[in-house]
Design a protein around this ligand. Structure first.
Ligand SMILES: Cc1cc2nc3c(=O)[nH]c(=O)nc-3n(C[C@H](O)[C@H](O)[C@H](O)COP(=O)(O)OP(=O)(O)OC[C@H]3O[C@@H](n4cnc5c(N)ncnc54)[C@H](O)[C@@H]3O)c2cc1C
Length: 474
């Protein structure tokens, strides 16, 4: 297959992975048609804008260790991309502690007794862990993974309720293989070492800075989508593919359903970034379709005519009695997320789309609960100007049992079919950040266009301007 062939490349899904694939096709001079089910591109990276207020669908940070990804996104956004500093807190017993945990802050906030209990519990967990390792017992679930790294005391107070609320599953039912992808904060041992013997060059996980566009993470996907169109690519919104039939030589025949019409298009290959099980249903002779659990998130966005005097980017709420898992302050990411003199908050709430509950129900109760949470933090505000909810039904893949391994087998079987590449978070059913989703989309297109892949890991030199990190507890 050569780039000169006239058939277009078909891309399914218009999130960052699909846009990366479409952009790569246009860079290679290949026609491309991108099919997106919703009314706009961006997927999880969409930013909703109302009356000068911007709300991400869950606050995002752009962080990458792939220098070519950083170069491309930086070139795309120019000076609209700013370096920001993370500050996250955890609400514990009516007070807040810094996250990742900081020893001096913990001592100050929780008192010496709680700290001694945390330390004792950590040391006991380490000695149990050493015995388990000697006996060849690996961690099998998230509870064991967290207890070994933080001790039972901090696990129960910081992680247990939060994880259960977030996932709808007790940590003992979540596979341990999920943890390293999701929890990249230092364990308590590395943290103590860093406090006692600070190193000048801090590793990735200790750094606090990230890149963020002026008016929301959505600027990345909006700019990428515009570029695909300017370069002659086609993006069809409110469209889906009903079926795909294989032709010879890796070509496929797609039946595409738009808002008003259905038509057939022959394509030179398909990059799929839509949920893996949905893609399997489009093709004949699909490999086994695994049962893939997904955790959704609902966002309650509240706009105020006065600033919100909190500078934390987000505040975790581990208390299982609250429906919310995080409170986000959009202006702490970028002051341009709100009009001058105004403020906003976003409340993140785990949501099970499969249960069928409407994402937009009970707005008033949610707003009242959010305002009560602000009060706990010592913030009293006047009535909000407006509030609305958004929802993402596929926010997090749930690695329950062997779902992850089955998904990986299905992806390999699909990619053995000529003319098929699978990319992205829902596409591969793999927890990944936006930089990886973008890289997978780009490399998926390159594979189908017979171009060599772009590197997956590039070492950064100490003098590089941006320390990169991916600290998160979810
Ligand atoms: C709350 C939250 C916070 C996050 N924070 C960060 C962060 O700080 N930093 C970071 O790097 N990453 C973060 N991520 C991860 C990041 O959002 C994802 O890695 C990335 O957006 C995945 O992009 P994607 O293109 O693979 O998937 P998606 O964005 O899900 O795109 C898939 C697209 O396919 C479309 N689609 C679905 N089905 C069909 C169909 N049948 N036909 C046509 N189209 C279809 C969807 O509408 C969607 O537009 C976060 C994720 C969440 C949920």
């Amino acid at each position: 297959m050569t780039p000169a062939e006239p058939l277009p490349l078909l891309v399914l899904g218009g999130g960052i992975a699909g846009l990366g694939a479409a952009d790569e096709a246009r860079r290679a001079g290949v026609e491309v048609v991108l099919i997106e089910r919703s009314d706009g591109v961006g997927g999880m990276l969409r930013t909703d804008r109302r009356d000068g207020f911007s709300f991400d669908r869950g606050g995002h940070r752009f962080i990458t260790s792939l220098s070519w990804v950083q170069e491309r996104i930086t070139a795309l956004l120019g000076d609209r991309l700013r370096v920001r500093e993370r500050r996250s807190l955890v609400l514990l017993d009516g007070t807040t502690v810094a996250y990742p945990l900081e020893l001096d802050d913990l001592i100050r906030r929780l008192g010496i007794r709680s700290n001694l209990r945390a330390l004792g519990s950590y040391l006991a967990a380490r000695s149990r862990a050493r015995r388990a390792v000697r006996a060849g017992q690996l961690e099998t679930n998230l509870e064991e993974w967290l207890e070994r790294r933080f001790g039972t005391y901090l696990y129960r107070r910081v992680f247990e309720g939060y994880s259960e609320k977030l996932w709808g599953l007790h940590p003992s039912r979540i596979s341990a293989e999920w943890a390293p992808e999701r929890i990249s904060v230092p364990d308590l041992g590395s943290f103590l070492k860093q406090m006692l013997w600070p190193r000048r060059s801090t590793p990735r996980t200790w750094a606090k800075r990230y890149l963020y566009p002026r008016t929301g993470i959505g600027e990345i996907v909006e700019s990428l989508g515009n570029r695909v169109i300017e370069e002659g690519g086609e993006i069809r919104l409110r469209s889906t593919v009903r079926s795909l039939a294989p032709l010879e030589g890796g070509r496929w025949r797609a039946t595409i359903e738009g808002e008003h019409e259905t038509h057939v298009l022959d394509v030179r290959g398909v990059v799929s970034t839509i949920p893996l099980d949905a893609f399997c249903r489009l093709i004949p002779d699909s490999p086994p379709i695994p049962t893939l659990g997904q955790r959704g998130l609902r966002f309650t966005n509240i706009a105020f005519d006065q600033p919100v005097p909190l500078d934390a980017t987000w505040i975790y709420q581990p208390d299982p009695r609250s429906r919310f898992s995080r409170l986000q302050i959009p202006a702490a990411r970028s002051p341009e997320m709100v009009p001058a003199g105004c403020g906003s908050i976003q409340l993140e709430e785990p949501w099970d789309a499969a249960r069928g509950e409407q994402a937009t129900s009970q707005l008033e109760e949610r707003v009242a609960e959010g305002i009560a949470m602000l009060r706990t933090l010592g913030v009293e505000l006047e009535e909000p100007r407006f509030a609305f909810t958004t929802a993402e039904p596929h926010a997090y893949p749930i690695y329950e049992g062997n779902a992850r391994a089955l998904a990986a087998q299905t992806v390999s079987a699909l990619e053995r079919k000529p003319g098929i590449a699978i990319a992205g978070r829902q596409g591969r059913f793999r927890y990944c950040f936006l930089d990886r989703a973008f890289a997978e989309g780009v490399n998926g297109a390159r594979r189908l266009l017979a171009l060599p892949p772009l590197e997956n890991e590039v070492e950064r030199t100490p003098g590089d301007p941006l320390p990169l990190e991916a600290a998160s507890i979810v």
